[in-house]
Ligand binder design. Structure first.
Ligand code: CO
Ligand code: ZN
Length: 333
């Protein structure tokens, strides 16, 4: 699991440019799925068919997004400095001093305009990327080039840190769940979605084509366990989170019960999650077509949308256990 997560988090895939990430996943799941397809938006959809002799199997869609937040070059000045804007939730406070890598391999460092107040947090339109150019002509980046944070994966005991744990940790949980499921009474669709960070665009079309009975997103969530953090009842290492509400969705109570009962029967630790800001692919799956029963399983993550997102590997392992338990048995509702 570690090597796969390292490879995936060190692969570049800002929204709309998920190709490299998709290649890694496709190779990994080739032998685990009965059918695999890629749609026009780049979603990778893998199906595991129900066990033979199952009557009226439920169609269940699992979703984890392949894309990560990033930057896009918007202007190159006469001295070769690159001005940029955000792709998704790229915040000033995490971008200052960062390194970014463009898809053509060029790496740059983020500098900033003179500060009036040294303690103020700059918006990213007061920042630039220095790629070592001296003029517009020798600048290896052009307007419209996409980039993302450059940062290697590190291990701190049980806590692993990398860029794009949001949502490559969720991607790995789905892959490991596919590996762990020996047989299911359900018709399972594992969707590795695109463009989540720019308003959940991939999941919309994936949900439309799959047309599931139940949808579950696997994504990261914030924690309330760091100094003077937001008041939130989620801690790193205390188990996967059963989402009850976030700013885009109220989870279906039947799905919440299903998750909690599976966790309790299997003695898997879990946390109840209410996220005040942010949402997941599940929010658009829920309102696809005539509506879908939806819920989400979240992996606690510190420093979400920074280049050093931290997760606890036990939370990932317990997420795989919980999903595998849920998907291997018939559902009572
Ligand atoms: Co995100
Ligand atoms: Zn995410």
């Amino acid at each position: 699991m570690k090597q796969l997560l390292k490879t995936l988090t060190e692969t570049f895939g800002p929204s709309g440019y998920e190709d490299e990430v998709r290649k890694v996943i496709a190779k990994e799941i080739k032998s685990l799925a009965d059918e695999i397809r890629v749609d026009a938006l780049g979603n990778l959809i893998a199906r595991i068919k129900p066990a033979k002799n199952v009557k009226n199997p439920k169609k269940i869609m699992l979703a984890a997004h392949m894309d990560e937040i990033g930057v896009i070059a918007s202007h190159i000045d006469k001295n070769g400095f690159v001005r940029f804007t955000n792709v998704g939730g790229t915040f000033g406070r995490y971008t200052l001093g960062a390194r970014v890598r463009f898809l053509n391999g060029v790496v740059g460092i983020v500098g900033y305009d003179r500060l009036e107040n040294i303690d103020s947090i700059l918006p990213i339109n007061k920042m630039y990327i220095d790629v070592g150019a001296t003029s517009k002509n020798d600048c290896p980046v052009k307007v419209g080039d996409f980039g993302a944070f450059e940062r290697s994966f590190i291990e701190m005991g049980n806590r692993w840190v990398a860029k794009s744990m949001d949502d490559r940790s969720g991607v790995v949980v789905l892959i490991e769940t596919m590996r762990a499921i020996k047989s299911s009474p359900h018709d399972l669709y594992f969707a590795f979605t695109t463009q989540e960070e720019v308003s959940l665009r991939g999941a919309k079309s994936a949900a439309y084509s799959i047309d599931p009975d139940i949808g579950i997103a696997v994504d990261v969530t914030a924690t309330g366990d760091t100094p003077a953090s937001i008041k939130m009842a989620v801690e790193l290492g205390k188990g996967p989170c059963v989402k009850i509400k976030d700013s885009g969705m109220i989870s279906d109570p039947r799905v919440i019960d299903w998750m909690i009962q599976t966790a309790e029967k299997g003695k898997i630790p879990y946390q109840r999650e209410v996220l005040v800001g942010g949402t997941t692919d599940a929010s658009v799956i829920q309102i696809s077509r005539a509506g879908v029963m939806a819920g989400a399983l979240s992996i606690p993550c510190r420093n979400v949308h920074s280049a050093s997102e931290m997760i606890d590997v036990d939370d990932m392992k317990n997420s795989v256990k919980l999903l595998t338990g849920m998907l291997s048995k018939p559902i009572s509702f």
